[in-house]
Design a protein around this ligand. Structure first.
Ligand code: AHR
Length: 312
């Protein structure tokens, strides 16, 4: 009884005493920068100490950060996993140390008893929404699509590729003719798009670009303009994230559609952790955030204004 009382007392210690380790992937995109900013803000508002670690896109850096958080005895760990595989051992170490781990925005292939919960969107659904948008946009016209994929081996790259194919399934007039990773960055989005344009008669044979995030689409828009074509008109562009810059491009007629991914993953993650710390409440294994499609008809200038100061 005494032990149970002590455990309850420990659980009911105010949230202000908590230290949370955050293993972030890096800063490859505007969306990622916003997620970092919002996580820092949320931690500060709730009175937590946030130990932040930037992995610079490397899984080994994330594994080292998690081991360091475990050694420090933090109260929880947030992990945005760069790739889906290879986490079992380190997650097991956190579990044995009784430190709850919350996954942010990407999934892992590990058993779900190795983490408390995962906060994120339905990544397959995002891709499907993008594919369905393109299918309705082109109707029965033939359309050769090029695809800029996210980081190889990451759950959004795998799931958004699948979802898009689901979205255009049964449309024989739509064909994905080239697909390559742009690693979720503007720089690679631009250079890979340049190679697509070269390979497709200077771009004349391309009807649409599907980019797994807005940053790659923005890099590609630059490449399309430099090739003397009009992005958004000669080549339709659909991507994912809903960062302010893509709304500027949409307002200028240079991009056509985006699917929103909220960067506020920390809010639901911290809510779940607070309930867990308070009385051991176990959240569901997946806390889903919303995915909403925006097109040029959805006031892109207003959407830009609403987001521009949010840390993107
Ligand atoms: O995991 C979410 C993806 O990672 C975002 O779409 C992308 O911008 C980021 O880098």
């Amino acid at each position: 009884i005494l032990l149970a009382g002590a455990a309850l007392l420990a659980l009911s210690v105010g949230a202000s005493a908590q230290t949370v380790g955050f293993s972030q992937i890096g800063s490859e995109s505007g969306w990622r920068a916003a997620e970092t900013t919002l996580t820092r803000q949320q931690a500060e508002e709730r009175g937590y100490t946030l130990q932040f670690s930037d992995a610079q896109q490397r899984q080994e850096n994330q594994i080292a950060a998690i081991r360091s958080f475990v050694a420090q005895g933090v109260d929880a760990i947030l992990l945005a996993p760069v790739v889906a595989t290879g986490w079992d051992a380190v997650l097991q170490e956190a579990k044995e140390a009784e430190i709850p781990v919350v996954l942010l925005d990407r999934q892992v292939d590990s058993s779900d008893d190795l983490y408390l919960t995962a906060v994120g969107s339905d990544l397959v659904h995002e891709g499907k929404v993008a594919g369905e948008w393109l299918a309705s946009e082109v109707g029965d016209n033939n359309c050769r699509v090029v695809e800029l994929q996210g980081t190889t081996g990451s759950s959004p790259a795998i799931d958004r590729a699948k979802g898009f194919r689901d979205g255009i399934a049964g449309k024989a007039n739509i064909e994905i003719v080239r697909s390559q990773t742009g690693d979720f960055t503007r720089t690679l989005g631009k250079s890979v798009m340049e190679s697509f344009l070269q390979a497709e008669s200077g771009g004349k044979d391309i009807c649409a670009l599907y980019a797994h995030n807005d940053d790659m689409a923005i890099g590609a828009i630059q490449a399309i303009k430099e090739a003397g074509l009009k992005p958004g008109q000669d080549i339709k562009i659909v991507s994912i994230d809903a960062v302010p810059d893509i709304f500027q491009a949409m307002a200028a007629g240079e991009a056509n559609a985006t699917v929103e991914l909220t960067p506020n993953m920390a809010g639901p993650a911290f809510d779940a952790l607070e309930a867990f710390w308070k009385d051991g409440t176990e959240p569901s294994k997946f806390i889903q955030t919303e995915s909403k499609l925006y097109t040029q008809a959805d006031d892109p200038s207003g959407e830009y204004e609403r987001r521009k100061d949010l840390g993107y």
